[in-house]
Design a protein around this ligand. Structure first.
Ligand code: ZN
Length: 243
């Protein structure tokens, strides 16, 4: 009987020990789950800050070069007005921190496809020159008018298109009043759609609330409204090539 009692005691002790162990385990397990979301939260904050600290990393994740296999298909609609031909100069920045890596083929691709958006407005573009620019100065964005002074072929009577590698996180920029715009190699849309959007600004358009519009921000809208077409044609007339 004594033996039995002892054995029972041992069993009970063992059981209690096991229980304690289990409780410990459960306790640790719960605190692990309590802490993990906090750790994940801080890890995410760290990762997101790292991505945004470096434009290079951000561009790597979100910005792409447009493959030349992608072609823009115009709607086929053309406004019943005479054709307006707008003169254009193209500058490919080849030096300083904005330098573009575009090949000649890629330059042709963005121009051909970007200009096609204006077929429905019956506005076409005559590219008089494509110039590789070797300018050391980095003031392309910070003092654009000073930058333009150092560009021999800049002509305010034309639309001046600058192709750059990046634009500090922007797909494109229009310098209104200077008839000058820029499109980056690395963009979050198709580069030719960005080109069409910036030309739209140069031709007097603001942003549109319609997702189908070229002038809608951050989208793939590809059309101009009749109002927009009318406005662009009025502006285009002023810089039209005199015939
Ligand atoms: Zn815009």
């Amino acid at each position: 009987m004594n033996k039995d009692t002892k054995e029972k005691n041992i069993d009970e002790e063992d059981y209690i020990d096991e229980e304690i162990l289990e409780e410990d385990f459960v306790g640790e397990d719960l605190s692990f789950f309590k802490k993990t979301p906090v750790k994940i939260f801080f890890a995410l904050i760290l990762i997101i800050s790292l991505i945004y600290i470096s434009t290079g990393i951000r561009e790597y994740f979100f910005y792409r070069r447009t493959p030349i296999s992608v072609q823009f298909q115009p709607s086929g609609m053309v406004v019943d007005e005479e054709e307006i031909v707008v003169p254009v100069s193209v500058f490919v920045i080849r030096e300083n921190r904005f330098k573009s890596a575009r090949t000649d083929e890629e330059v042709d691709h963005i121009l051909e496809n970007g200009f096609r958006f204006f077929e429905e407005a019956n506005i076409s573009f005559s590219t008089r020159r494509i110039v590789d620019l070797y300018i050391e100065s980095d003031n392309f964005l910070t003092n654009h008018s000073a930058f333009l002074k150092s560009v021999d072929d800049y002509d305010r009577q034309k639309i001046n298109i600058f192709l750059t590698g990046h634009l500090d996180g922007n797909n494109g920029i229009a310098f209104m009043g200077l008839n000058s715009l820029a499109v980056a190699d690395y963009v979050t849309a198709h580069d030719y759609r960005t080109l069409a959007h910036e030309i739209g600004h140069i031709l007097g358009l603001g942003h549109s609330n319609h997702p189908a519009s070229v002038m809608y921000q951050a989208s793939y809208g590809t059309r101009f409204s009749l109002d927009e077409i009318e406005k662009m044609r009025r502006y285009a007339k002023e810089i039209e090539i005199s015939r």
